[in-house]
Design a protein around this ligand. Structure first.
Ligand code: S3P
Length: 167
């Protein structure tokens, strides 16, 4: 049993994955954490040393490795679907790809105070809105199902995903 979560920063991918993992007794792979483990550097350090292009290259390699698993929950990074080759790999995987959506206001609320997102750190709500609008079609291109997460608890979202996985 496998599911892949995609979505913008702060959409709840990591929180919902951890809930699902506990309840379904499935391993969770958080792509950001796998990138950190792979490179032995924090995400801000990778951006500082190799720029966004270098980060995306590592993200691509680690995505290919993690997609080999046949079971589990994969929480991607907010920028994983930006590359066309990543989108193709996500689409080709037999697991359902679930897009978690949050409004820019809700996103800003959820990620405030976090310092480990080099892209979001520089943006206010308007900046987040513009970035989300630019990415939205790429997210939709590889998503099988979209779930709105505003005003909903992570548990409600996890329950909806469990229903999708059992059908
Ligand atoms: C990014 C999202 C982050 C992380 C990196 C870049 C993005 O993941 O991969 O900071 O470009 O949206 P989260 O969505 O888990 O914050």
């Amino acid at each position: 049993m496998k599911v892949i979560l995609i979505g913008f920063m702060g959409s709840g991918k990591t929180t919902v994955s951890n809930l699902l993992s506990g309840q379904l007794n499935l391993p969770v792979t958080d792509l950001d954490q796998a990138i950190i483990d792979h490179s032995q550097m924090s995400i801000p350090q990778i951006f500082k040393r190799s720029g966004e292009i270098g980060f995306r290259q590592i993200e691509h390699q680690v995505l290919l490795e993690t997609l080999q698993s046949k079971d589990g929950i994969l929480a991607t990074g907010g920028g994983t679907p930006l590359r066309a080759d990543n989108r193709l790999k996500l689409q080709e995987d037999p697991a359902p790809v679930i897009l978690l959506h949050a409004s820019p206001e809700e996103t800003a609320r959820r990620i405030q105070g976090s310092h480990d997102r080099p892209i979001a750190n520089q943006l206010d709500v308007i900046g987040l809105e513009k970035l989300l609008a630019k990415r939205q079609s790429k997210y939709e291109e590889c998503a099988d199902i979209t779930i709105d997460t505003d005003d909903r608890s992570p548990q409600t979202i996890a329950d909806e995903i469990k229903d999708i996985m059992s059908n």
